[in-house]
Design a protein around this ligand. Structure first.
Ligand code: FES
Length: 576
């Protein structure tokens, strides 16, 4: 039987009158889909990361229904499908280990199915990059819809934020400043609605990146999960994706070099998570955009932090939304030459058209560039003999006087070593020391855990020490803070110089000069290098093995080497 010329990709499945057309349509009809749904209308996937194991995405069944309603209203045909979901709180050893696996699930699910466009439901930290990476490698029209932040935590008359106050309260508990009962009470007060972490942690950062990249609808970053307007946004995205298919507005027309530049500047302006560095580089490399650590430093320089949000400041995402949200920040950037105004967004308008009239209702929450909340807060990229391929620090979360510091290294060979010794009263450490943690990078952990913001020794906490310079090849939770150098590359487990640091070595950090130096003569380092042996990966089979053998370093986005780039939407070896 003769195939009809496919107007849309989905017509290769549904638009034919042969045995395969029968098969493709008939099985889908088994839940009551009428025949006229196969009349050539755009078929839209709703890529859902709903899971009870991912509390931040637990409302996504409802969110998906709003997307579905929008798709139907615009004359599309919605087909929802699940993909691997990643939650920060329950997954061990770290959700980041599985980001690339989830991205493979997304990529293959989209390519293998009769989809013309896709709405990506994203929320908890890693779900956003995983879905964007997967979708980028297929390059169909796509819109990301974030689940939105939780309502502000409320505890004994004060606001408390996800993560940020977990760190401070656990330090208070360890130092004996609060009781276990108070600790338990705070647990119930912190997370009291659907949604993701409501500080400017990684989830809120990535939701902001979605908006700044133009791959989400205006307002995506901050509408609380339980605000009716979040459902309206989902419905609008459902309507819009149908038109995007008709307009052939593929992801690669949105995710351009200009879009990534806008995202980097927006990240600096919101005091966003360091995790965005790795994720944006990984997404860019999937869609064929060259994005490096140097771009982060160059484009983030001179941008000030405008958002007074935890962990850098005091407010929470709910306040951010009521104050004007990301549109108010993007307008401020655009009015000061810090936005590539003509970058196209998913609603068919440019980023500047979307945001040029955005109001700000509270200048204590969203500052102006003239009177910023904190100055010069872009991600700083460090170089030096301790990190030949780079390391990063988030100055807005650091203690200013520690940004230039020289101190004696106190070395922990692994996270287990750290836990075993950090509260040992005999540990030889004082407030001027530099804490060094090894073997927590992409290969070393594996998965590059968020352990870089090492808790300080109990004996120093009791003396009132609140921050120290900490250096590792690990990541840090976006909700954490401190003078913490992260993502040292190459990592210790890959034989980077970090592996050679010993107790008592002098280390010099100079953020203004972008320097991180191990002050040990090269001759001595060469001797140590000759003795170094690569640690064995903890699991020699399955995905862990695949990951350990193929993961790239932090400065390359920690993607798997064979996933970099795109394969497009064509299904190879299709004999139907
Ligand atoms: Fe999911 Fe923080 S644990 S966003």
């Amino acid at each position: 039987m003769k195939k009809k010329a496919p107007a849309l990709r989905s017509a290769q499945w549904f638009g034919r009158d042969d045995i395969y057309g029968f098969i493709y349509r008939s099985w889908v009809k088994n839940r009551g889909v009428p025949h006229d749904q196969f009349d050539g209308r755009p078929v839209i996937g709703i890529c859902n990361t709903y899971s009870e194991l991912v509390p931040c995405n637990s409302h996504f069944r409802t969110l998906a229904e709003h997307v579905r309603a929008g798709i139907l209203e615009a004359g599309g045909f919605p087909l929802e499908f699940p993909v691997m979901s990643l939650g920060e709180t329950l997954l061990r050893p770290t959700a980041m280990l599985y980001r690339n696996l989830a991205s493979m699930d997304v990529e293959e699910s989209i390519r293998a199915n009769p989809l013309d466009g896709v709405v990506l439901l994203v929320g908890c930290d890693k779900t956003t990059p995983a879905l964007l990476m997967g979708a980028a490698s297929v390059d169909l029209p796509a819109i990301a819809v974030s689940g939105g932040p939780m309502l502000s935590g409320k505890y004994r008359g004060t606001d408390i934020g996800s993560g940020t106050n977990v760190w401070s309260m656990s330090e208070d508990l360890r130092a004996g400043r609060i009781s276990v009962e108070e600790f338990h009470e705070a647990e119930s007060c912190m997370h009291r609605s659907h949604g993701h972490c409501m500080t400017m942690g990684t989830a809120s950062t990535m939701a902001s990146m979605v908006e700044a990249l133009g791959v989400g609808m205006p307002g995506n970053a901050a509408i609380p999960a339980v605000d009716a307007r979040r459902n309206v946004l989902a419905r609008s995205a459902g309507r819009r994706i149908v038109d995007m298919v008709r307009e052939k507005l593929n992801l690669s027309r949105i995710l351009t070099q200009a879009a990534f530049g806008n995202a980097i500047r927006a990240n600096a302006a919101i005091g966003g998570s360091t995790n965005a560095v790795i994720h944006l580089i990984a997404i860019a490399r999937r869609i064929g955009v060259e994005l490096t650590l140097a771009d982060w430093d160059r484009m983030g320089r001179g941008v000030h932090c405008l958002a007074n949000l935890m962990p850098s400041g005091r407010y929470l995402m709910e306040d951010f939304y009521y104050a004007g949200g990301l549109p108010a920040v993007l307008r401020e950037l655009g009015e000061n030459g810090l936005l590539q105004r003509d970058a196209l967004t998913v609603n068919g308008r440019t980023i500047w058209e979307n945001n040029r009239d955005a109001p700000c209702w509270n200048r204590d929450v969203i500052h102006t560039l003239k009177k910023p909340f904190k100055k010069h807060t872009g991600i700083a990229v460090l170089r030096g003999n301790l990190c030949p391929d780079g390391a990063i620090i988030k100055p807005s979360a650091a203690t200013p006087k520690l940004l230039r510091h020289r101190g004696r290294a106190v070395v922990f060979e692994s996270i287990e070593d750290f836990h075993a010794r950090i509260d040992d009263p005999a540990l030889d450490i004082d407030a001027r020391c530099v804490m060094v943690l090894k073997n927590c990078g992409p290969k070393g952990y594996p998965g590059m855990a968020e352990v870089g913001n090492m808790p300080l020794p109990r004996k120093l906490l009791k003396k009132g020490v609140s921050d120290m310079v900490r250096i590792s090849d690990a990541r840090m939770s976006g909700t954490a803070y401190g003078t913490v150098v992260l993502h040292v590359a190459p990592e210790a487990a890959a034989g980077g110089p970090l592996a050679l640091v010993e107790n008592g070595d002098e280390i010099e950090l100079d953020v203004a000069q972008r320097r991180l130096q191990l002050l040990v003569p090269e001759k001595i380092l060469a001797k140590r290098r000759a003795k170094w042996r690569q640690p064995k990966p903890p699991m020699a089979r399955g995905y862990w093995k695949l990951y350990s053998e193929h993961v790239l370093q932090a400065h390359q986005g920690a993607d798997l080497d064979f996933l970099v780039g795109a394969s497009g939407a064509l299904v190879p070896r299709d004999n139907h």
